[in-house]
Design a protein around this ligand. Structure first.
Ligand code: EPU
Length: 345
């Protein structure tokens, strides 16, 4: 006889400190963990919780909790990973939304399916990766994305979205807008192009090539380089609470950039294909003298001004107070409004 599925646990007033990488204290009005599509359907069909507002939580690596979450917090724990198809020009690989992102990247490499190595060591889960279109060292998730499965939280129906429906942008997707709180991602498929080619255009990777003399690294070597670069300048959330880059790199017009260069010739900037210019937010914040500073129990990381950290026991309000002070000083000096990257609750 098939086993009846274990009853879902709806945990009232559940502490979320362990469920966000900043380590911020907040309570979920209700917390429920889902491990399968049928679990999600049972949440949607639930007589008491079915119609309540939902908040989807993956690894909690991109949220700043400033207050208790007045919703049913759905913690996605869908597991599993497999090769879906192998064609002459790609490997299609799938993973459950609850898989740890970095472990998944390492696993694809071990299986001989390279392509995600530049995205190694990004905290969070597979299901959270498309939400903010994670990117690092010259590769964005959107470039390796095939499609994803999810569930509509109103109808309980399964949905499948291809790349265009996800509407990926710089650290952005439809899941931060129209679909926020309305659907949950359960599985993601990646398209890893064959033959594999390394992406080495990023300055720090060029430096590794020069240092080691390895001009044609394999994917494993690129993976090791990325891990070393990240470990060197980004805090490990298991040790120091943080949510990665706190602000997006702002995009300004060529004219505005010329104006800033006129006053600050050193400003780190990257011309974009459409004529606009992306500025390094970390540089702007650093130039305002914020690196290593502390306000309350929140601080600016010593080695990278773009990362705000929990110095121990910080609240979300303290993090937001610090973020506002940084925004004001960058605006005061450069006339640029920095936009936070994580979702502020
Ligand atoms: N810089 C400073 N001072 C600082 C920080 C940076 O002068 O305190 C300068 C650096 O020297 C560099 C430039 O600013 O010339 C850009 O810095 P970096 O190369 O570290 O990259 P980033 O713009 O700070 C972005 C992403 C990261 C991603 C890296 C590598 C955003 C908001 N951040 O950071 O993504 O890992 O590039 O590709 O796009 C994340 O989103 O959480 C994240 C960590």
């Amino acid at each position: 006889m098939p086993h009846a599925p274990a009853a879902l646990q709806f945990e009232p007033r559940a502490p979320l400190r362990e469920h966000n990488t900043f380590g911020l204290p907040a309570l979920a009005q209700t917390l429920v963990r889902v491990a399968s599509d049928s679990d999600v359907r049972r949440v949607v069909d639930h007589p008491e919780f079915g119609r309540a507002p939902k908040f989807i939580l993956g690894g909690g690596s991109n949220v700043v909790l400033t207050k208790d979450v007045a919703a049913v917090v759905v913690k996605v724990e869908v597991k599993g990973r497999r090769l879906v198809a192998e064609t002459p020009d790609a490997w299609i690989v799938e993973a459950g939304a609850g898989e740890n992102w970095h472990d998944f990247v390492a696993w694809t490499l071990a299986q001989g399916w390279p392509g995600l190595e530049n995205l190694a060591l990004i905290p969070g889960t597979v299901g959270a990766a498309p939400v903010q279109n994670i990117g690092a060292y010259g590769v964005e998730l959107a470039e390796r994305f095939d499609s994803l499965d999810g569930m509509d939280l109103v109808t309980g129906r399964g949905i499948t979205l291809d790349r265009s429906l996800c509407r990926f942008g710089y650290r952005d997707s439809v899941f931060k807008h129209e679909l926020a709180g309305k659907s949950v991602i359960t599985r993601v498929r990646f398209r890893l192009p064959r033959p594999w080619q390394p992406v080495l255009g990023y300055l720090e990777l060029e430096r590794k090539v020069a240092e080691t003399g390895i001009t044609a690294p394999d994917a494993r070597t690129v993976f090791d380089w990325i891990c070393a670069i990240r470990r060197h300048k980004l805090p490990d959330p298991a040790v120091i609470g943080n949510a990665g880059s706190f602000f997006k790199n702002p995009v300004v017009s060529a004219e505005q950039c010329r104006d800033i260069i006129g006053r600050d010739p050193e400003v780190v900037h990257y011309p974009m294909a459409d004529g606009s210019v992306k500025l390094a937010a970390g540089w702007l914040i650093d130039a305002c003298g914020w690196k290593g500073k502390t306000v309350g129990r929140a601080g600016v990381y010593e080695k990278q001004a773009l990362v705000l950290v929990n110095r121990g026991g910080a609240t979300g309000a303290e993090v937001v107070t610090l973020a506002r002070a940084i925004q004001e000083s960058v605006y005061g000096r450069f006339g640029i409004r920095l936009e936070p990257e994580p979702v502020i609750v």
